[in-house]
Design a protein around this ligand. Structure first.
Ligand SMILES: C[C@@H](C(=O)O)C(=O)SCCNC(=O)CCNC(=O)[C@H](O)C(C)(C)COP(=O)(O)OP(=O)(O)OC[C@H]1O[C@@H](n2cnc3c(N)ncnc32)[C@H](O)[C@@H]1OP(=O)(O)O
Ligand SMILES: [Co+2]
Length: 134
């Protein structure tokens, strides 16, 4: 069911510093900050030859990454995103298997303009999973 790795997301305490570090120290192709108010985050995408890195910074008081950054003040890997062909079929399969789909179960439009869903980290070995329909 899951296909390619779309991105690995890293929550960071300073988006500008992290962007500059990837650009100058690691020599990466770093995009501009992009506010995602529906998701409560500002994101910066870094394009690698085989996948993307998503730097995450909280946006607004209700950001879902506030708790994570409080527990990990230096930042840390926040989620990984796998591509799927049919997000609703994937969701229904996962629910039938007993996995928890976060939020109300309805896909939201993600940072790439495609529908996304998140799966509870406690159901997947401590790793928050995002599924993106491609
Ligand atoms: C723009 C878009 C895109 O790419 O298109 C994005 O990625 S938006 C990316 C941001 N959006 C999201 O993350 C949406 C889905 N996320 C959520 O709904 C939330 O962040 C939850 C995953 C439910 C966590 O919420 P919250 O931190 O309030 O819950 P909590 O403190 O009660 O945490 C429950 C337990 O899960 C752990 N926990 C929390 N966040 C975690 C993470 N990212 N990875 C692994 N474990 C995590 C906590 O340490 C805690 O474990 P212990 O009990 O053992 O201490
Ligand atoms: Co993401």
């Amino acid at each position: 069911m899951i296909g390619r790795l779309n991105h690995v997301a890293i929550a960071v305490p300073d988006l500008e510093a992290a962007s500059a570090q990837y650009r100058t120290m690691l020599g990466a192709d770093v995009g501009p900050p992009q506010d995602e108010p529906d998701h409560g985050v500002t994101v910066v995408f870094i394009t690698l030859p085989n996948t993307k890195i998503e730097l995450l910074y909280p946006l607004g008081a209700g950001s879902p990454i506030h708790g994570f950054l409080a527990k990990n003040p230096a930042g840390g890997i926040h989620h990984i995103c796998y591509e799927v062909d049919d997000l609703l079929a994937a969701r229904d399969h996962l629910l039938a298997e007993g996995a928890r789909v976060l939020g109300d179960g309805a896909p939201k439009i993600g940072a790439h303009g495609k529908p996304v869903l998140f799966l509870h980290p406690k159901d997947f070995n401590g790793c928050l999973i995002e599924l993106e329909q491609v």
